[in-house]
Design a protein around this ligand. Structure first.
Ligand SMILES: [Zn+2]
Length: 290
């Protein structure tokens, strides 16, 4: 019986041991079966997280937009971008040269979409007659003489817009870009559209302090109706005697790249103004830089 008990006890131990192992094994199996579930969940989680979570989409969108713009820059700009590769609006296809600023021929400075004022351009300005506006100090005296002469003839010439800083021009231009971006246009397209309304910074004669936009009694809005005023007629007849020209004549848009602006008068000096008036050419043509 002792032997039988011993065998039973051993059998019980073996049974318990097997049961333990079996239990552990079952436990491990459970864990193992859980693990794949967890792993599957993790993968399942990762997949949804990776794809629809927006991480990839956002990354794709983020990398698509600049890529598109970069592509635009790289495909259209580099060919023409040799002269001013770092021009701030080159991404929109604008590739102007830097205007030649000279102390000697300051009055003949050509500023337009093709020739921009150099970085850091500064001009000494002084307030002019009529209040609220200033011009290049070398222009002011001629301007004041002209306005005084007009007054003597009973003509009111009201300064609406003279010198305007490059920074202010940039603010105006960027505001316009943002307006078009708000309508859904791409940055490059919004910039091109803005440039049709507001001149880009450093491309306006106002940035150089060489031009004045005039109003007159009853017309301050800088529109084509100014051409019908006595003030315009007076300027057309007399401005050259004081060194000013009608800078953006009618039907000269192909050359000046600016629409007809009867209100915008630019100082070039008496001699040149008289020659330009007599010949009827634009400043670009006069300088041979059209
Ligand atoms: Zn103007």
């Amino acid at each position: 019986m002792n032997r039988l008990r011993l065998i039973l006890l051993m059998g019980l131990c073996i049974f318990i041991a097997l049961l333990s192992i079996g239990y552990i094994t079952v436990g491990m199996d459970d864990n193992t079966s859980d693990e794949p579930v967890v792993t599957t969940d993790a993968e399942a989680d990762k997949k949804p997280v990776t794809n629809p979570s927006g991480n990839d989409v956002a990354a794709t969108t983020a990398s698509t937009e600049p890529t598109e713009e970069t592509t635009v820059e790289k495909t259209t700009a580099p060919k023409e971008e040799i002269t001013v590769s770092d021009y701030e609006y080159a991404y929109a296809g604008f590739n102007p040269s830097v205007a030649a600023v000279s102390e000697e021929n300051w009055n003949l400075l050509l500023v337009n979409r093709n020739y921009i004022l150099p970085d850091g351009f500064t001009v000494k300005t002084t307030p002019v007659k009529g209040g609220g506006q200033s011009l290049d100090y070398r222009v002011a005296e001629h301007y004041n003489d002209m306005v005084t002469a007009a007054e003597t003839d009973g003509i009111s010439l009201i300064p609406v817009s003279g010198y305007r800083s490059v920074e202010r021009q940039r603010t105006n231009f960027e505001r316009k870009i943002n307006y078009y971006k708000g309508l859904g246009y791409s940055k490059a397209e919004a910039t091109r559209l803005a440039s049709q309304i507001v001149l880009m910074p450093s491309t306006s004669e106002h940035n150089a302090g060489l031009a004045m936009d005039f109003g007159t009694n009853g017309n301050y809005t800088l529109d084509e109706n100014f051409a019908k005023t006595d003030a315009f007629r007076w300027l057309s007849e007399n401005a050259a005697d004081y060194g000013f020209i009608l800078r953006y004549p009618e039907d000269a848009q192909d050359i000046t790249m600016v629409t007809y602006e009867p209100w915008h008068w630019r100082y070039v000096g008496t001699k040149v103004a008289k020659e330009i008036k007599a010949s009827g050419v634009t400043l670009e043509e006069y300088l041979g830089m059209e």
